[in-house]
Design a protein around this ligand. Structure first.
Ligand SMILES: Cc1ncc(COP(=O)(O)O)c(C=O)c1O
Length: 374
């Protein structure tokens, strides 16, 4: 059997990794400034992470959600404390798309309505309702197009007010910092405006923190830069540092009932052990503060490179915009400088999404490599 060929691959075969360093099958070293698409939050093979998963594997890796699993409670407790979201309840699943799928489903259950407002350049995943709220017709199959979604431009107060007043929406979903789309953000005024309007119209506000959450923006959640409180928060990527895990934080005003949501694998023992290890390291190594400080350092360093036209994002979720398409530059960075970076729907944008424990020295190395590649 062959693989279903959907990924255009770079000719690099990583076989081991430590922190931001990756080695390929030929013994060549690469630097990971992409975090495997914002997934690596605490660095590859962090010793605490490896130990916690191994310990758990020796005990029990999985049992279904029909029995007690105190690790889930422990995780919910710790996540509530570190994120300052103790007035939410946690439902665990396995990926970002699944998190958003459940968030949208909850919004529909809660309000009895079905239409959704999403934003231009959004990315919320590839499953049914999640992909329908993703602004990319190429990845929406006819079956996904049954979902009624209105796409609005970010920060357009008038368009938003008109839309939300004119129809029966169950949810507004948005990324506090757009990832795949290219690092555009709602302003604080817009975020506060839509929060208020959602309340007025009984519409559930979903903050998709799949990419921007877990400290990446310099706060636990990126919406926390704007002084608002969403109804549902979706999480994944950085949560497991590579272990497939996701979840939604559902405001305590939403009442659960048996069978309303469910999953076979979500919240299994290994996923909890990985997620707990991530939180332990984030806390003990002050990684949220590090992301904020290094984000500032990174932005200062960009002044050394006149080719950079615009800097977008917060903390260690950064986009560098050039006045040319960056595909060739990105390839050069990987093949010649041995540095991984990310692309975006905005073809002029290079994405920088490293582990949250990088140092100023790592950033200096990145800029040296970028100067050479330019
Ligand atoms: C903001 C956002 N939401 C959802 C997803 C989907 O996550 P997954 O690929 O884990 O399904 C992504 C993935 O890139 C994302 O960036």
């Amino acid at each position: 059997m062959k693989l279903f060929d959907v990924y255009p691959l770079y000719d690099v075969t990583p076989v081991s990794a430590k922190g931001i360093e990756i080695w390929d099958d030929k013994g060549e070293k690469y630097l990971d400034f992409y975090g495997g698409h914002a997934v690596i939050s605490i660095g590859h093979t962090h010793p605490v992470y490896v130990e916690r998963i191994k310990e758990q594997l020796d005990k029990i890796a999985f049992y279904s959600n029909s029995v007690q699993n105190p690790l889930q409670q422990k995780l919910a407790q710790k996540l509530g404390e570190l994120s300052d979201c103790e007035n939410y309840n946690l439902f665990m699943c396995n990926s970002g798309a699944e998190a958003n799928e459940n968030a949208l489903k909850m919004a529909s259950f809660h309000t009895g309505k079905s239409k959704v407002i999403a934003f231009t350049n959004s990315f919320h995943g590839r499953t049914s309702a999640a992909v329908a709220t993703t602004d990319n017709p190429n990845i929406n199959a006819p079956i996904n197009k049954q979902q009624e979604v209105t796409f609005l431009p970010l920060n357009d107060f008038e368009a938003f007010e008109k839309a939300i007043a004119s129809d029966h929406y169950c949810a507004v979903i948005l990324e506090a910092i757009q990832g795949v789309g290219g690092l555009d953000e709602p302003t604080t005024e817009f975020f506060q405006f839509i929060t208020k309007k959602c309340k007025e119209h009984n519409v559930v506000l979903i903050a998709d923190e799949v990419q921007s959450g877990y400290g990446r923006s310099g706060k636990f959640f990126a919406f926390q830069h704007h002084g608002i409180e969403p109804d549902i928060i979706s999480i994944a990527k950085g949560m497991g540092n590579g272990f497939p895990v996701g979840g939604i934080l559902i405001h305590e005003s939403f009442k659960p009932s048996y069978g309303l949501l469910g999953t076979t694998f979500g919240g299994n023992h290994l996923a909890c052990a990985a997620s707990l290890a991530v939180l332990e390291v984030i806390e003990n190594e002050n990684l949220i503060e590090n992301a904020a400080e290094l984000g500032t350092y990174f932005k200062e360093k960009t002044q050394e490179i006149p080719e950079i036209k615009k800097i977008k994002g917060k903390g260690l979720m950064i986009g560098l915009e050039f006045d040319f398409e960056v595909a060739a530059l990105r390839k050069k960075l990987i093949m010649e400088q041995h540095m991984f970076t990310g692309s975006a729907k905005n073809k002029n944008l290079l994405r920088f999404l490293p582990a949250l424990n990088i140092t100023t020295k790592d950033i200096d190395v990145f800029f040296e490599g970028l100067k050479k590649a330019l």
